[in-house]
Design a protein around this ligand. Structure first.
Ligand SMILES: N[C@@H](CCC(=O)N[C@@H](CS)C(=O)NCC(=O)O)C(=O)O
Length: 229
């Protein structure tokens, strides 16, 4: 079987979740790193012609795009035996994990990004408030549990796994504060447990590089908005 290839960018939280899944499954893979600031390679455009976004998984002649879809593909293709399960076995639990994963991406990732991008003042305050409401739902989900997956990390842990490392960077770059231990004690404890897992830690991009990238991206987007007619 040809080696798996994963098209990524070095600063993408959507890509890190796939690397975690491949490592948990014990699968070998090769990274193809895109520099999105310089444009998109032909390979990326051809492999994900609809969205032209990373991550994309290349497996034996087929390409799979969209990080949560890729996670499910990996879990379904490499299952049973010694393979580490990502999604719960029970259909209801599986549906719940998918629901909260979708929610976390739509409301928490994009809510945080929206708050980072919002103009200082009332607009920013409102955006932070909305993001806080979304994180409160995740807090409820993790209360009384070690991981979203139960005793071991699973699909939902990987999807929300950006919180311990990427969120602090986004907060700093965007001049906002969302995540604190007092407001979200269970989520905070989960974040500490999650990030201490060696396999998780080893895939995380360096904080300085992330901060530079996020700061530059936000100032570029602000300059575009300022120059709009
Ligand atoms: N919903 C997508 C989001 C992926 C995404 O936004 N990737 C960004 C990097 S973090 C990207 O490729 N951006 C390039 C672009 O927007 O053109 C997923 O879950 O895979």
């Amino acid at each position: 079987m040809a080696k798996l290839k994963l098209i990524v960018s070095a600063t993408s939280l959507f890509c890190t979740r796939i690397e975690w899944a491949l490592k948990l499954k014990g699968l070998e893979y090769e990274l193809i790193v895109e520099d999105l600031r310089k444009g998109k390679s032909e390979l990326l455009q051809k492999s994900n012609p609809v969205h032209k976004k990373v991550p994309v998984l290349l497996d034996d002649g087929v390409t799979i795009a969209e990080s949560k879809v890729i996670l499910e593909y990996i879990d379904e293709k490499w299952k049973g035996g010694d393979f580490y399960p990502l999604l719960p076995q029970d259909p209801y639990e599986r549906a719940q994990a998918r629901f909260w994963a979708q929610f976390a991406d739509e409301k928490c990732v994009f809510g945080t990004w929206g708050a980072c991008r919002a103009e200082d003042g009332l607009e920013k305050e409102k955006a932070v408030e909305t993001a806080l409401e979304s994180f409160a739902y995740l807090e409820k989900q993790i209360e009384g549990k070690k991981f979203f997956g139960g005793e071991k990390i699973g699909y939902l842990d990987l999807v929300v796994g950006w919180i311990p490392h990427f969120l602090g960077v986004l907060e700093e770059a965007g001049g906002i504060k969302i995540f604190d231990a007092e407001r979200f004690p269970s989520l905070h404890e989960w974040a500490q447990n999650f990030i201490e897992i060696p396999l998780i830690k080893e895939c995380l991009p360096p904080r300085d590089m992330l901060l530079n990238y996020m700061t530059a991206s936000l100032s570029y987007l602000r300059s575009l908005a300022a120059n709009k007619p």
